[in-house]
Each structure stands twice: as C-alpha cells, then as structure tokens.
Design a protein around this ligand. Structure first.
Ligand SMILES: CCCCCCCCCC(=O)SCCNC(=O)CCNC(=O)[C@H](O)C(C)(C)COP(=O)(O)OP(=O)(O)OC[C@H]1O[C@@H](n2cnc3c(N)ncnc32)[C@H](O)[C@@H]1OP(=O)(O)O
Length: 210
C-alpha cells in the first residue's frame, strides 16, 4: 500500500507553494466551467484548444511520474493537494474546505455546472464523493461501507455538509453525515470506516516545488 509521505518543509514554504498553485487551479476551474458553457463558434473553440494545449505542454515540462501523493510536514500539516474533494491543485475539487464545529466536521461548497447530473441538479456521485470525504476525514480512516439515502434532489448551488463519529469499536468507526441546501437535508450518509495501520515515510527523492 502507498504510504503517507513526509516532506521536511516549513509552514512558510507550505504557504508559499499554496500561493503559487491556488491561482493556477482557480484558472483551470474557470476553464472547466467555460468549456461546458461556451457558445462560441468552432474556429474560436479550435483556437482556444491550441492555447490550452500549449499551456499543458508548459506544465508537463517538469512533473511527477505518478499522482501527487498525500504529503505531510513535520508539524503534521497535511498536503493532500491532488485530492478530488479538497485538493488545492485539483480543479475537479470544488474545493471543499472542511472545518471543525465542536464534535462535527462541516463544509460549505458551491457546486456549479461541472457537477450537474439531472438537469440543474447535483450528480449523485458528486454527493457521494463529498460525503465520503467529509465522513472519512471525521474518522481519519478508510471507507469500509458507505450508505447514502438521497432524500430529495440537490439543486446546483450552495450546499452544506456535516459529519460526526457516532460510535467507535477498535479500528472500526461509525460516522453519520448529511448534505443540505437552504431548504434542509437532501442526502443522509452513514459509513463504517476502518482506521488503517499506516506509517509516515521519508520522501523517496528530493523533488522541489516551484
Ligand atoms: C487515513 C486518513 C483519511 C483522510 C480522509 C480520507 C477520506 C477518503 C475516504 C476514502 O475514500 S478511502 C478509499 C476508499 N476505501 C477503500 O479503498 C478501502 C478498501 N478496503 C480496504 O483497504 C480494507 O478492506 C479495509 C482497510 C477497509 C479493511 O481492511 P482490514 O484488513 O484493516 O480489516 P480487517 O479484516 O482487519 O477487519 C477489521 C474490522 O473491520 C471490519 N471490516 C473490514 N472491512 C470492512 C468493510 N469493508 N466494511 C465494514 N466493515 C469492515 C471487519 O469486519 C472487522 O470488524 P471486527 O473487528 O468487528 O471483526
């Protein structure tokens, strides 16, 4: 199994890299939305595609061989920057920003055109992704079994997520959570999460950020 990876960098360096990558990811997120919603003519689409290919080639001129990985600093700061729910380097991520409110984890997210399933409504798999993530983060554990009840459709727009551990038995944690819009709960979730046996490792090489 892949391990979490330790990176010996300061919080200032984490902040510097965050400042470098966040605007790029925001731009890519805008690009995704524009690609879905554009009504320009085919020549303009082709020209835009060529520009995007050039930008992609610039970024690919130096890149990791595989996924970003989940990296941690000495003070325990996590850098899950490729994560599709919360990753600051992943334009697929809304991104969801998870905070603690007492015993619960909470997050407020705005879901736009990139997350549409039925017309004007959030794709059910996106609800599952975000709930899986926030429940998993509440447990700090791997999803074993996740059960969702889609009580009513979730309109695109602002949604609120919550998760809380309700029982622990050895490495097994039961977590409940929900997604809601301004009118109340749209999806409820219950999961059994299994705490892994994981160790931190040194980075295999000395790759530097930008
Ligand atoms: C770690 C930090 C995470 C930060 C947040 C991330 C959130 C993202 C959440 C995810 O998306 S995780 C990715 C999706 N999940 C997976 O890929 C999990 C794939 N499955 C596995 O890796 C293993 O099957 C698993 C770790 C879940 C369990 O393997 P183990 O070898 O550790 O379990 P073991 O067989 O020792 O069983 C331990 C207990 O868990 C129970 N169990 C095992 N698998 C289960 C399962 N799938 N569902 C429910 N319970 C399960 C098992 O019955 C037993 O219960 P009892 O102690 O009561 O006997």
């Amino acid at each position: 199994m892949r391990q979490f990876v330790f990176e010996d960098i300061t919080s200032e360096e984490v902040a510097r890299r965050t400042g470098v990558y966040t605007p790029l990811t925001d731009s890519v997120r805008q690009l995704l939305d524009a690609a879905i919603r554009t009504e320009v003519d085919p020549d303009t689409i082709r020209a835009a595609g060529e520009l995007i290919d050039r930008a992609t080639a610039m970024l690919r001129s130096a890149q990791t061989d595989g996924p970003h990985g989940v990296r941690y600093t000495a003070d325990g700061t996590g850098m899950p920057w490729g994560n599709p729910a919360i990753g600051i380097r992943n334009a697929i991520a809304p991104p969801m920003v998870v905070t603690r409110d007492g015993d619960r984890l909470v997050a407020d997210v705005v879901l736009g055109a990139a997350y549409e399933g039925p017309p004007g409504l959030v794709h059910g798999g996106i609800c599952a992704l975000l709930l899986d993530h926030i429940l998993g983060e509440a447990a700090s554990a791997m999803t074993g079994t996740l059960t969702l009840r889609y009580q009513r459709a979730t309109p695109l727009g602002a949604v609120h997520l919550e998760a809380e551990v309700v029982a622990t038995a050895g490495r097994k944690l039961t977590v409940r959570g929900s997604m809601s819009d301004a009118d109340g709960i749209t999806v409820t979730a219950e999961g059994i999460f299994i705490a892994p046996r994981l160790t931190m490792t040194e980075r295999p090489d000395d790759r530097e950020g930008p």
